[in-house]
Design a protein around this ligand. Sequence first.
Ligand SMILES: [Zn+2]
Length: 197
Amino acid sequence: MGGPEVERLIALLAKLPGLGPRSARRAALKLLQQPATKMAPLAAAMADAARAVKTCALCGNLDSADPCGICADPRRDRTLICVVEGVGDLWALERAGVHRGLYHILGGTLSALGGTGPDDLSVTPLLTRIGEGGVAEIILALGATVDGAATAHWLTERIKPLGVAVSRVGHGVPIGGALEILDDGTLGAALRARRPV
Ligand SMILES: [Zn+2]
């Protein structure tokens, strides 16, 4: 139904998080029925974002500027770096407004089963940032999963010898996985409840 263009649109939409085949069909229909007010602005916004957005060379955030708006902001506390698994976690913490320092996106967690080693993550750039000086505390805001805990432990052993304080969020706070699904209040509590390790 609808021809190959429509089938392709539905197939691509169905790959987006939160959209299965059924909701992808509904979204495609909405777009097709309102080409001027829904389809064209969305297509233009996607083309603009695809062209403009890049990865921040310092922290790994996605932003149309590099360094990103957070890294370039002179009001941020540059002595404090919060290490998160993904950009979604950074965005969640920013939405909650609970962290006044900088970030570092790790790109995942170490995983023996998943075959993810230190070289697959942004570990060396993190240690380089710390080695350049001016950092007083690293806050590890990784998920409360087995891999998240193992990664935090592994990082702590490498950061502490550099003479920088390390703290962890989430002990006694129901983090339970991805930070991005937590509400702002819980995120704030998790960050305030961070403990030195
Ligand atoms: Zn940045």
